[in-house]
Design a protein around this ligand. Structure first.
Ligand code: NAP
Length: 298
């Protein structure tokens, strides 16, 4: 009989998993999402425990947004990071497209900083493309950097044409990250966007990495391939989904969980090293794209 692995063992490889940004700073590859967190005061303590469990396991990147719970997710992050060394954390927030111009972005950023109890963000993202010209948003992002309010900036939900347009804007090529929907059951970005980002030194941050606990793609977590690879690695299906993304070059992964048990399980993905054979097996059931498809959005 094989011994079952204890997924609550507090030992992970998260801290060792980092990627390098164009300015040579490093960014953790496995972090924590926060969408819908902070919205229900009755589970605040549980959510703080979940985030703190992740931080203690080395999932020091926390992704949030001014949009999430109208700032309540940022407040939850602010409470959760109390007592931790700020320099060891990597805090990411996002600005609404309608706030991403000269008129509002500086206030938006200041309000995010206040809610998160910090005086700088490691990364500030444009949540999605809106009506403000890219050149104006980029100039503001560079100003925030110069003012010491943010260390890096990036975008989210940008497809390849948006990225090419961004590259034609002054300082547009200083974009460090593009955060997009990416999981084993949604691999469209692998056709052209992911290679383009890799070629241009932009990190891809995968949101919905567990396909929202499998709900975005029915049958994903119970598929033959995922179960088979999970068995080989003595891992859970969710861990296989996360390790599939960590296998990709220049990809950051931000699973969200409101429970410490799930967070601990997710952190365990950092110890799984998939092989080419594993990827081949997963790809037979969930093939890489053979043509350009629209960027998957939530
Ligand atoms: P996700 O992380 O794929 O899935 C979250 C769901 O999976 C939650 O219901 C969670 O339940 C469940 N879950 C987590 N770990 C699990 C485990 N080990 N076993 C079973 N279920 C598990 O999806 P997401 O939250 O949509 O995306 C991740 C983060 O990306 C967000 O939180 C947000 O920070 C960011 N995001 C960005 C955008 C954008 O437009 N830029 C869009 C969506 C998301 P429990 O909470 O009960 O554990």
């Amino acid at each position: 009989m094989t011994e079952k692995k204890d997924h609550s063992v507090i030992k992970t490889g998260c801290e060792a998993l980092t990627a390098c940004l164009p300015d040579h700073s490093s960014i953790p590859r496995l972090g924590l999402g926060t969408w819908h967190m902070g919205e229900n005061p009755q589970i605040e303590e549980q959510e703080i425990s979940a985030l703190q469990a992740g931080i203690k396991l080395g999932m020091t990147l926390i992704d949030t947004a001014e949009m999430y719970g109208n700032g309540r997710s940022e407040q939850l992050v602010g409470k959760s990071i109390q007592g931790f060394n700020r320099e060891k954390l990597y805090l990411v927030s996002k600005v609404y497209p309608h706030n991403a111009g000269r008129k509002n972005i500086f206030n938006s950023c200041e309000n995010s900083l206040k809610r998160m109890n910090t005086d700088y963000l490691d990364l500030y993202l444009l949540h999605w493309r809106g009506g403000v010209p890219l050149s104006e948003t980029v100039a503001c992002m560079e100003q925030l950097k110069a003012d010491g309010k943010i260390r890096n900036w990036g975008v989210s939900n940008f497809d390849i044409d948006d990225m090419k347009e961004l590259w034609n804007v002054p300082s547009g090529n200083k974009c460090a990250v593009n955060q997009v929907l990416y999981h084993l059951g949604s691999r469209g970005i692998e056709f052209s966007l992911l290679p383009w980002l890799q070629e241009h030194g932009v990190q891809t941050m995968a949101y919905c990495p567990t396909a929202q606990g499998g709900t975005l793609r029915r049958g994903l977590l119970t598929s033959k391939a995922v179960l088979e690879i999970a068995k080989i690695h003595d891992a859970t299906p969710v861990q296989i989904l996360l390790s599939f993304l960590l296998y990709q070059k220049d990809t950051l992964v931000i699973p969200k969980s409101s429970t410490a048990a799930h967070t601990i399980e997710n952190a365990g993905a950092s110890l799984i090293q998939l092989t080419q054979d594993d990827i081949f097996c997963l790809s037979r059931e969930f093939p890489a794209p053979t043509r350009k498809t629209h960027l998957d959005l939530l």
